[in-house]
Design a protein around this ligand. Structure first.
Ligand code: UDX
Length: 464
């Protein structure tokens, strides 16, 4: 099958490469020529595990090409729309400029029977509007909505073996393709695209446009709510001396609740959850149903409060004045296994602390270059040792494995103040306290340093 994918960002680049991996002939199209150049050279323009490998193999097989020219889509039977729908500046609603621009560029190249497939996260009602535009242009093409649920860091895996597939199909009144109703035609084409996943037993929900659009935002709203729920419990735990991690374990054993996405900490960030819940609330208000998802405003508020909580803890640990104090910040990406700093809680905390006068030195295995471009005023270190050297406080804000596995005995030698703020509840409090640190987590009791660090015989013997 010949496929075009408009947008070569986190969603589109992965989708294009995975479609080629499945045996389709794919052209990825993006207005950003530097992305097109990088991808054409077999290099992913951002960090995503395994993406480089499948881009390279796609290029070598000849099944994957990239172009900045929308005319390259001519001749493809399926056209995916995978561009961003960012939050509008100063507003909560989604900005659909890029989605409409893709359709403008695509319309002249559509032929009867072509399938345009929306993947971007959009406000409910967008697909019906776009379908109308396609009909009015008299192209004979059909629109389907096929939301994407991939997680950054697992994008390739999630695309090749999704939890489920969702098709938003046109109503039959939208005409026929060679005598076949539009709905049946769209379904048959999508089945061909996703044949391998369907053969492997991936559940499929075939539905209408509005439901497909809503599935995506409902899923993200649910996940965000789960995180803010456990962070709300963390706040209560902070007042009562309870431990939110044990609480999450205990409620998570109930299969109806489940332990995943119950990690309390600094809250959620990234290019999806924060802006999607805001856009959903804004869309519901437009529809006169703001009351139905009013709780999402609270979910957002709780989430943002956790960032300030981390800042307050740092200020508190530094005696109320952070001026001239060195804060070592481990992590900049919004989550591990990603270089994405969009709405990153880690970066937000760094900026807030810098604003208060702290000497912030941040590090991250993959996100430093992105962070420098946006916030050159911050201090950066390319490795953990430099970040920690002579620090007054250590703050773990993104739980990369290498930070989780830090040896508290070894790093104690580097720092000035042995205080660790674990904004992700990723460390073992007892172990850090034994090594002489004061440990502070999120919604769990502080652990005070052992009077004299308990000697970890082998480690210390080797260091000495
Ligand atoms: C999310 C959805 O998971 C995905 O299905 C959708 O397609 C896009 O949005 P992503 O943004 O890649 O994916 O990240 P995700 O793994 O969901 O994490 C989102 C944020 O929540 C991160 O900042 C993460 O650190 C935070 N998080 C996650 C928590 O704070 N606690 C948790 O228990 C889980």
């Amino acid at each position: 099958m010949r496929i075009s994918v408009f947008g070569c960002g986190y969603l589109g680049a992965v989708h294009a490469a995975c479609m080629a991996h499945l045996g389709h002939d794919v052209v990825g199209i993006d207005v950003d020529e530097s992305k097109v150049r990088a991808l054409s050279a077999g290099v992913a323009p951002f960090f995503e595990p395994n993406l480089d490998t499948i881009v390279r193999s796609g290029r070598e097989s000849g099944r994957l090409t990239f172009s900045a020219d929308p005319a390259a889509a001519a001749g493809a039977q399926v056209h995916f729309v995978a561009v961003g729908t960012p939050q509008r500046r100063g507003e909560d609603a989604a900005d659909l400029t890029y989605v409409h621009a893709v359709l403008d560029a695509l319309l002249p190249h559509l032929r009867p029977g072509d399938l345009v497939v929306g993947k971007s996260t959009v406000p409910v009602g967008t697909a019906a509007h776009l379908a109308q535009r396609i009909i009015e242009a008299g192209t004979g093409a059909v629109l389907a909505w096929n939301p994407e649920f991939l997680r950054e860091g697992y994008a390739v895996e999630d695309t090749l073996t999704p939890d489920r597939l969702v098709y938003g199909l046109p109503p039959d009144e939208q005409g026929k393709v060679d005598g076949t109703p539009a709905r049946q035609h769209a379904r048959a084409v999508l089945d061909d695209v996703y044949r391998s996943a369907l053969d492997a037993g991936t559940p499929l929900v075939a539905t209408d446009y509005a439901t497909a659009e809503l599935v995506k935002v409902a899923a993200n709203a649910f996940l965000a709510t789960k995180i803010s729920f456990i962070n709300a419990m963390a706040e209560i735990a902070e007042t009562t001396g309870a431990d939110v991690t044990s609480l999450a374990d205990a409620i998570g054993y109930d299969a109806r609740i489940g332990r995943r996405f119950l990690n309390a900490g600094i809250g959620f960030g990234g290019g999806c959850l924060p802006k999607d819940i805001r856009a959903f609330a804004a869309r519901a208000e437009e529809l006169g149903r703001g009351d139905s998802v009013g709780f999402l405003r609270e979910v957002d508020t709780i989430n943002m409060r956790r960032r300030q909580r981390v800042v307050d803890m740092v200020v508190d640990e530094l005696g109320g004045d952070v001026h001239g104090k060195k804060v070592a910040l481990l992590g900049l990406a919004f989550k591990p296994e990603s270089d994405d700093i969009r709405d990153s809680p880690a970066l937000d905390v760094a900026v807030r602390l810098k604003g208060l006068g702290a000497d912030v030195v941040a590090t991250d295995p993959h996100a430093i270059l992105n962070a420098i471009q946006q916030h050159p005023q911050l201090g950066f270190a390319t490795n953990t040792v430099d970040a920690l050297f002579a620090a007054d406080v250590l703050v773990l804000v993104t739980e990369w494995a290498e930070y989780r596995e830090l040896d508290p005995w070894r790093v104690a030698e580097l720092v000035h103040g042995k205080v660790v703020i674990d904004a992700r509840n990723a460390l073992d409090p007892a172990r850090w306290a034994e090594a002489g640190w004061r440990y502070r987590g999120m919604g769990r009791p502080d652990a005070e340093p052992a009077a004299r660090p308990v000697v970890e015989p082998l480690e210390v013997a080797v260091v000495a």
